[in-house]
Each structure stands twice: as structure tokens, then as C-alpha cells.
Ligand binder design. Structure first.
Ligand code: AP5
Ligand code: MG
Length: 215
């Protein structure tokens, strides 16, 4: 099973992908996480990507399709992949078809997380993650059970993304509307799209996705 989670910034792609990893042993491929790791490591890709990401723009199609292709060559991805934040343009959608076909794989489903954009700014500006294991939290919607201590690993250091401020979020949403939303009809024409209400609570969204995958 190879699956795309499609939705604007803050729609819940990362949240749901990490649950599917835990529940089904699928592998989450988040181009955002990979780019942030490259920025942190100071690699040539990271150096090129940093300013674009900080401004809320899109990194070049060649760079992101390149890192996805490399990752798909690692054997753990044979178990099934959840694409989180990729593809984001028509050129990336096209590249993904090629990357999968070259490896004898195919796309099985595209799940659109349908959300109300106004609520997303609040979701994103309240978001933070564990600095040790990367578990995601939110100031209001998902707090650790013990304040200041990660539920998963017991870590006590948390971090916020530099692009999670209101101005950058608005740019990221405009990029989504202009460049990413137009790829939905491509997948609709192929009968691959299922829509889930991404405004429902996190457990409900997970259950709705699981039901689609089991159908
Ligand atoms: P990326 O990291 O992909 O960011 P994004 O698409 O902007 O999406 P987010 O990670 O912000 O949101 P999400 O949908 O994962 O939501 P989450 O689950 O965290 O990309 C970052 C940057 O990298 C881009 O701007 C671009 O520059 C570059 N980039 C990445 N991929 C690229 C590509 N393919 N091409 C070019 N450039 C690329 O949820 C958000 C918060 O809400 C959390 O706190 C969560 O707990 C909470 N929450 C989630 N679901 C719910 C719910 N149902 N109810 C209440 N709260 C919820
Ligand atoms: Mg994410």
C-alpha cells in the first residue's frame, strides 16, 4: 500500500502519518522532515532549502523528488509508504509516478484531509514537538500527560518550527492553494481520491483513514 496524505499546512498529515506508522508498520516519508534534517545537518540541500522554507515557499521540484527517490531505494519502504507533504506540484506528481513505476510499485490511494483554513493558523502556531523523539504536541489540543515531559520518551526539551509563525503560515497556505490543490483533479480522474473531514478530532480522523485503507 502506497498512500499520499494531501492537505494544507496544519491539516494533520504528520499527525496521521505517524499513527499509521505505529498501527500498520508503514513508513512515513515527509519531505518537510527530510528537508529540516538537511538544514540541521548543513548539507548542500539544506543550505539551498533553508531560506525558501523560512519564507514559506516551495523548495525546487528536482531537490524534493531526488530525496524521495533515494529514500525509496531503501528496503524498509517495501512495506508501504505514506507520502506526507509530497507531491506538492504537478511536476512532483508526475515525478512520483515515474519513481514508483521504475521500482515496480504504484500509488494505491490519495487521502485528502479537508480542512477549514482559518482554523489552521491556530493549529500551527500552537504546535510543538519533543526535541528527542519528535512526538507532536499542541498548546491546547494535545498536551503531554505530565506537563513538560514527553509521553513517549520522557524527554523534557521541546521545540517549535521556525516557519510556524502567522506570516509564514499564510504564505505556505497560498502556495498550497496555487500549486498543490490543482494536483487533486489529476488523482480524482484516476479514481484514487478519498476525502476525510480533517476538522474532526484526531482519533476520528485516524479511524476514518483506517476504514478507507481496510475497505
Ligand atoms: P511540511 O513540513 O510538509 O509542512 P506543511 O505542509 O506546511 O504541513 P505541516 O507539517 O505544517 O502540517 P501537517 O499537515 O503535518 O499538520 P500536523 O499533523 O503537524 O513542509 C515545510 C516546508 O518544507 C514547506 O513550506 C516547503 O518550504 C518545504 N517542503 C516540504 N515538502 C516540500 C515539497 N514536496 N516540495 C517543495 N517544498 C517542500 O498538525 C498540526 C497541529 O495540529 C499539531 O499540533 C497537531 O497536534 C494538531 N492537529 C492535527 N490534527 C488535528 C485535529 N484533527 N484536531 C485538532 N488538532 C489537530
Ligand atoms: Mg507535517
Amino acid at each position: 500500500m502506497n498512500l499520499i496524505l494531501l492537505g494544507p499546512p496544519g491539516a494533520g498529515k504528520g499527525t496521521q502519518a505517524s499513527r499509521l506508522m505505529a498501527d500498520r508498520g508503514m513508513i512515513q516519508l515527509s519531505t518537510g522532515d527530510m528537508l529540516r534534517a538537511a538544514v540541521k545537518a548543513g548539507t548542500p540541500v539544506g543550505l539551498q532549502a533553508k531560506a525558501v522554507m523560512d519564507a514559506g515557499g516551495l523548495v525546487s521540484d528536482d531537490i524534493v523528488s531526488g530525496i524521495i527517490g533515494e529514500r525509496l531505494d531503501e528496503p524498509d519502504t517495501n512495506a508501504g509508504v505514506i507520502f506526507d507533504g509530497y507531491p506538492r506540484t504537478a511536476a512532483q506528481a508526475d515525478a512520483l509516478d515515474g519513481l514508483l513505476a521504475e521500482r515496480g510499485r504504484k500509488l494505491d490511494k490519495v487521502i485528502e484531509l479537508a480542512v477549514d483554513e482559518d482554523a489552521l493558523v491556530d493549529r500551527i502556531t500552537g504546535r510543538y514537538t519533543c526535541g528527542t523523539c519528535n512526538e507532536g504536541y499542541h498548546d491546547r489540543y494535545k498536551q503531554p500527560k505530565i506537563a513538560g515531559v514527553c509521553d513517549v520518551c520522557g524527554g523534557t526539551e521541546f521545540k517549535r518550527r521556525p516557519d510556524d509563525n502567522e506570516e509564514t503560515v499564510r504564505n505556505r497556505m497560498a502556495e498550497y492553494r496555487a500549486k498543490t490543490a490543482p494536483i487533486l483533479p489529476i488523482y480524482e480522474a484516476r479514481g484514487l481520491v478519498a476525502r476525510v473531514d480533517g476538522m474532526a478530532d484526531i482519533d476520528y480522523v485516524t479511524a476514518a483513514i483506517e476504514a478507507i485503507l481496510d475497505a
